[in-house]
Design a protein around this ligand. Structure first.
Ligand SMILES: Nc1ncnc2c1ncn2[C@@H]1O[C@H](COP(=O)(O)OP(=O)(O)OP(=O)(O)O)[C@@H](O)[C@H]1O
Length: 307
């Protein structure tokens, strides 16, 4: 059984001899919210446009909902909703009128969907207010409502949180979680800002200069970024006893290479060093590790670390 809805294999897109995407292979599993992170010009929009059928790859293959031929893939795209670049909304219309416009344009007869979508994205109390008087976050949520008109299973959102204040980002986060949990919609959301996207997504795909640099889950990201003391010694089992009995902590992890990550006492490493030394343990490596989300992102895309 296929447990993914989308798979790209070695997709390359070349514009005038320059590669916007190079051998991009990603797998999108259902029920997740994927954050596609990359700096300006990394290739995020190009990848999203190819998935949505607004552009075509120079080479490479794609599989969508189990279909591989271009004709079948095009038919399956009915199951995708997307907001690429700015939301397609008319500023002089109300939220409901905008939804109606797109509903009629697509030949959807169910009028109830208008109120249903407006409520869903939290714009139920905007009445006749014109979209030009909406905040940026409200406009983005309306754009998302428009992209939900065809009841998609996969939602593609290009930079919907770009420029939003923390409250606006939180509203989008709550909305996407709701779409994922209640409507079982899988989401791909792009951003150039990892800290801003943090916790909106359940999985992260880091793209740079047209190449996928890393894919990781939220848990893996948190592990990478959580500050800790990394301790390496000859007898890690003895060290654990000392951490528990002398320092009273079990807040550690034993890594496959037998190093210990200690999440307590990060700001009191002298005490740890002294205690373990006094108990006869010689540390061969003892350092503070972990990073801010921003520095981690920069380190993955190969830039200078700003310590
Ligand atoms: N139609 C086009 N013609 C020529 N070059 C293009 C075209 N579209 C994109 N590019 C180039 O492809 C590269 C990737 O662009 P893309 O818009 O996909 O990046 P992005 O990650 O979405 O960036 P941003 O965050 O700035 O939107 C860039 O170097 C861009 O200049």
């Amino acid at each position: 059984m296929i447990d993914y809805m989308l798979k790209t294999s070695d997709i390359t897109k070349t514009f005038r001899k320059a590669d916007a995407l190079r051998n991009v292979s990603i797998t999108i599993e259902s029920g997740k919210i994927y954050g596609l992170i990359g700096s300006n010009g990394a290739g995020k929009s190009t990848l999203m446009r190819i998935i949505a059928g607004l552009s075509f790859p120079t080479s490479g293959k794609m599989e969508l909902f189990g279909k591989e031929s271009p004709k079948d893939i095009q038919a399956e795209r009915k199951r995708i909703g997307c907001m690429i670049e700015s939301p397609s909304v008319n500023l002089s219309l109300s939220a409901k009128e905008n939804i109606r416009y797109h509903r009629v344009l697509r030949g959807i007869s169910n009028e109830e969907i208008e109120d249903e979508l407006i409520q869903l994205v939290g714009l139920g109390d905007t009445g006749k207010k014109q979209v030009k008087d909406f905040s940026l976050g409200m406009k983005q949520r309306l754009g998302i409502a428009v992209s939900l008109i065809n009841n998609p299973e996969l939602l593609i959102l290009d930079e919907p949180i770009n420029g939003l204040d923390p409250i606006g980002v939180k509203e989008i986060r709550v909305l996407l979680k709701k779409l994922c949990e209640e409507r079982h919609i899988t989401v791909i959301i792009s951003s150039h800002n990892l800290p801003e996207l943090y916790q909106v997504a359940t999985d992260y795909i880091i793209i740079h200069d047209g190449e996928i640099k890393q894919t990781l889950t939220l848990e893996e990201l948190e592990n990478k970024c959580q500050r800790h003391l990394l301790i390496e010694c000859e007898n890690p089992e003895d060290l654990l006893v000392i951490l528990e009995t002398e320092l009273g902590t079990t807040n550690y992890k034993i890594m496959p290479d037998k190093t210990i990550k200690l999440y307590s006492y990060v700001d009191d490493k002298k005490k740890v060093a002294k205690t373990i030394f006094e108990n006869g343990i010689i540390a061969t490596n003892f350092s503070v590790e972990g990073d801010t989300l921003e520095n981690y992102f920069i380190s993955v895309i190969g830039g200078e670390k700003n310590d």
